[in-house]
Design a binder for this molecule. Structure first.
Ligand code: AMP
Ligand code: MG
Length: 412
């Protein structure tokens, strides 16, 4: 940490830093406002109401096959002969009770007629006029989904706080929720900093670079469910930075990028400190992304992300994404790790959790991870080639070819 900045000097491990973010957000016990949104617009939002089954699911004993509804007692033995009493299609019901020795032709999705308790598949029958020969015995409720077996009326089927993905949307539709209460999306201010950074519409001088971080972070924020608010580029000057940070106070979360390293003109922490910020950590033992800063200023949480594009990308994904989800009423979800076999040996710097852009592919022998040609924290060309990261833990020795290693898939 730079001398002078308000301070927590200890470098946290990756796990400690994640726990710190999770605990600080939980302690703030922030409850977002809610709004009611049509089902067609809820994808990715967080459910703000508990949803119960409005009736039994399925609502009737449902046939899962085309065939004949029977009394299973009647077909205890192979080649029993039954009398055909009629037909029931999906979307209607059989009006009479089916007597012993009788059966009813039934289609997939139709309710079992009263008196029957099983379905024999069409393939295992032979029909001649009004006689149906059943070639195989069936047991009670074979080829039937019983009424209420998926959910009984009144059962709690979706909890408040659940992120609405494709499956949840299907379930909401099935219980008739055309409009759904969800939490409002948090507004996330994005403040890139750096004297050398120019808007992407400008032709940069040879010593300048385009502001790639804002567009990238805005996409990441939107994907997490937040509303990105791109604030103009902050120069490496305290007064101007202060103005931009103050302007961003209408947001629920601040994402600053750049200006958090040891350089003479890295003023972000100084300015936040002057504005009364509390710093919860100012560096994390990860690569890329070590100078990551997290704190709170005037009641808003902020992340000071390192300016290097890949460091910004990685730290946003690891820390800001779950924070945004928590701020919008969801669960703080730690990144999930999967396993793959390593295609090449890798050197590892002890003491750091490293996230190296990589490609994870399914080969014949299972998932394999290979590194992309990545030149370091600034290299978005390498990142664009990757679909995930090789994750090596602080105490782990440099992994060798063929080792099972941890990988993390990249959020698209
Ligand atoms: P800093 O964290 O300010 O020391 O910046 C580290 C590196 O990231 C420098 O090479 C910067 O030019 C670059 N950088 C910082 N901010 C951005 C940005 N918004 N877009 C692209 N590159 C950036
Ligand atoms: Mg800078």
């Amino acid at each position: 940490m730079k001398p002078g900045a308000a301070s927590v000097t200890k470098m946290l491990s990756f796990e400690q830093a994640l726990s710190e973010v999770e605990a600080r957000l939980a302690a703030a016990s922030f409850v977002p406002a809610t709004e009611v949104v049509p089902l067609s617009q809820v994808w990715g939002r967080i459910l703000a109401e508990d949803v119960n089954a409005d009736r039994d699911y399925p609502p009737f004993n449902r046939s899962t096959r085309d065939g004949f509804a029977v009394h299973s007692e009647d077909v205890r033995h192979a080649n029993s002969a039954l009398t055909l009493a009629g037909e029931v299609r999906a979307g209607e019901y059989f009006k009479a009770e089916v007597k012993a020795g009788h059966c009813v032709a039934i289609m997939t999705g139709a309710p079992l007629p009263a008196g029957t308790d099983a379905v024999v598949m069409m393939e295992h029958t032979r029909t001649q006029g009004s006689k149906v020969e059943i070639e195989r015995p069936v047991s009670s409720f074979e080829n039937v989904v019983r009424k209420g077996s998926e959910a009984q009326a009144g059962k709690h089927i979706l909890p408040k706080g659940r992120r609405l993905r494709v499956g949840e949307i299907g379930l909401l539709a099935s219980v008739g929720k055309g409009n759904v209460a969800v939490y409002v999306r948090p507004r996330v201010a994005i403040i890139p900093t750096g004297e050398e950074i120019v808007p992407i519409e400008h032709k940069p001088e040879w010593y300048q670079v385009r502001n790639s971080n804002s567009a990238m972070l805005a996409a990441a924020v939107a994907r997490a469910g937040g509303i990105p608010w791109e604030i103009g580029i902050g120069p490496d000057q305290k007064e101007a930075l202060r103005g931009l940070i103050q302007k961003s106070m209408e947001a629920d979360l601040l994402l600053l990028s750049g200006g958090v390293s040891m350089g003479k003109y890295d003023f972000v922490e100084d300015v936040l400190g002057d504005l009364g910020a509390e710093f919860y950590f100012q560096s994390v033992a990860i690569r890329p992304g070590k100078p990551l800063v997290f704190g709170r200023v005037q009641r808003r949480f902020f992340f000071g992300l390192p300016g290097n594009p890949v460091s910004s990308f990685v730290t946003c994904n690891l820390f800001a994404r779950p924070a945004i989800e928590a701020l919008m009423g969801g669960k703080f979800e730690r990144p999930s790790l999967l396993r793959a076999r390593l295609a090449q040996s890798v050197r590892h710097k002890a003491g750091l959790t490293t996230f190296t852009p990589a490609r994870i592919e399914n080969r014949n022998a299972g998932p394999v991870v290979s590194l992309v040609g990545w030149q370091g924290s600034g290299d978005l060309v390498g990142v664009a080639e990757a679909n995930g990261f090789l994750v090596v833990h602080p105490e782990q020795p440099g992994p060798e070819v063929g080792d099972w290693v941890d990988v993390m898939l990249m959020a698209s």
